[in-house]
Design a binder for this molecule. Structure first.
Ligand code: GZL
Length: 327
């Protein structure tokens, strides 16, 4: 059922579009099947949806935290179908296993937006997607490392994100593309840290046990929380990291991640922007107005490195860069 989004007025403020619903008009029911609460990135993404999809803006948002459980996501999508939601937004924990339920959403005539992570399904099965380019993020990390090592060899350990997630798949793919151009590098191990600090610590502890303090030079962590866990494990083992020590590369560039980049603990942190709700809202408004929308809307991001490191690939961190960040 298509409702005309109640717009009393649209106020463009500082690049963010706010809409105000007419009093008494029906709200657009938005169902968001969220990955979980595994990381700082995820919490920022969830909060952003609550900040944007408000009743004042004409929406009734139901956001379900599926706690990293793919089966739960499928169940909750089917619940949104049964409750005849106006839009269903899905952030897929894993890329595989979505064809059937996306077909059910489509058959129910409900527009479906894939947000943040991606699905291994034909894009005919959903209305549109919004997200970052995770492969490009991996390439940026690899290119920065090549710039920093300047031809020097390195033994590399990888703490991956959740197995089967497009974020882990893309970042590995991108980094490995660059690594293939550097035979002087050796990726000696790669294990799943599930995007959590605890997961990062456990994997790093096992790496230290297996390879010893002298058995590696670089640790690539697929998100900031895993990097914090890796630091916990290295601290406990008396292993130093930073400029001239072990190299930690991370992803997400959250405020804490960039703080640890600014103080030289993380040498390179590649952003993945969680502030995506306004983009999703604008796509919904366009669809409500009967406009055509692109099949994919890219959320731009960039990389950062520690002070004292010159780079053509990423931005060198300063207090001003950190002060200018929105999350
Ligand atoms: C990436 C996002 C990932 C973050 C992690 O777009 O899906 O999931 O990199 C989060 O921090 O857990």
């Amino acid at each position: 059922m298509k409702k005309i989004l109640a717009l009393a007025c649209t106020i463009a403020m500082a690049g963010t579009m706010f809409v105000t619903a007419n009093a008494g008009e029906e709200l657009l029911k938005i169902g968001y099947v969220q990955v979980g609460h595994e990381s700082d990135w995820r919490m920022a993404n969830t909060q952003n949806y609550y900040d944007v999809f408000t009743e004042e803006a004409g929406f009734e948002l139901e956001l379900i935290d599926c706690d990293n459980d793919h089966a739960r996501q499928l169940t909750e999508v089917r619940n949104f179908i049964a409750k005849d939601f106006d839009y269903i937004v899905i952030d897929p924990i894993q890329s595989a296993g979505w064809d059937n339920v996306l077909k059910e959403v489509q058959d129910a005539g409900i527009p479906c937006i894939i947000a943040d992570r991606s699905v291994d399904a034909s894009d005919d099965l959903y209305t549109t997607a919004v997200g970052t380019d995770m492969t490009a993020e991996g390439v940026t990390a690899g290119q920065w490392l090549a710039e920093y090592l300047a031809g020097e060899g390195a033994k590399i350990l990888v703490i991956e994100g959740s197995t089967g997630s497009s974020a882990a798949i893309g970042r590995s793919e991108g980094f490995n593309q660059v690594a293939a151009e550097h035979p002087e590098w050796e990726i000696i191990d790669s294990q799943d840290g599930d995007f959590t600090q605890n997961g990062g610590q456990q994997v790093m502890e096992s790496f230290i046990k297996t390879y010893g303090a002298d058995g590696f030079d670089v640790v690539v962590c697929h998100n900031d929380n895993e990097a914090y866990g890796a630091m916990d494990a290295m601290d406990a083992a008396g292993i130093k990291y930073g400029v001239g020590e072990k190299i930690i590369i991370s992803f997400d560039a959250t405020n804490e991640g960039l703080t640890r980049t600014l103080n030289g603990q993380i040498l390179c942190d590649v952003e993945c922007n969680p502030i995506q709700a306004v983009i999703v809202m604008n796509v919904i408004k366009a669809l409500q107005n009967g406009e055509e929308v692109e099949k994919f809307t890219l959320v731009p991001d960039e990389g950062f490195c520690a002070p004292g490191i010159e780079s053509e690939i990423v931005t060198t961190m300063t207090d001003e860069v950190l002060a200018g960040r929105k999350y």
